[in-house]
Design a protein around this ligand. Structure first.
Ligand SMILES: [Zn+2]
Length: 140
């Protein structure tokens, strides 16, 4: 059995069905398993047909940060510019972490903000190289 702790209050999270979190608004998630800490308003879903959490429990602020991080990062591979694993390899090396630990679902708010900053930096460099192709690769 999994023992999942809330990262905010460090109490033991409770295992609930999606209906306890979303009511009847998400019929697709009604019978999915979730770990929840009600006092913190934090929860995380489980891998399909298991009690294994997809990441750490997230409160409203972290859920928002993760959505923003995915919105910045996912176009890198959804656009076909690179594969999904190439994109994560780039992200891991840019953030200076091991690729095995490089999952947005595992990040805290600072980690999510670092993803957004890394993608913005990458786009800035790409735009500069497009605007000034003649200085590409030369010493400043
Ligand atoms: Zn908690």
């Amino acid at each position: 059995m999994h023992h999942v702790a809330c990262p905010y209050c460090h109490r033991k999270a409770e295992l609930v069905k999606g209906v306890a979190i979303y009511g009847h608004h998400r019929p697709d998630l009604m019978y999915h398993n979730f770990w929840r800490c009600e006092p913190c308003g934090a929860h995380v879903g489980c891998h399909k047909n298991s009690f294994r959490p997809l990441g750490r429990l997230a409160n409203a602020a972290l859920r928002k940060a993760k959505m923003a991080a995915h919105a910045a990062f996912d176009p890198l591979w959804k656009s076909g510019e690179m594969t999904r694993s190439e994109a994560y390899a780039w992200l891991a090396s840019t953030l200076g972490i091991f690729q095995a630990n490089c999952h947005i679902g595992m990040f805290d708010v600072d980690g999510c903000n670092a993803v957004i900053a890394a993608v913005a930096e990458r786009q800035y460099v790409a735009n500069m190289e497009r605007a000034y192709p003649h200085i590409k690769g030369e010493e400043a």
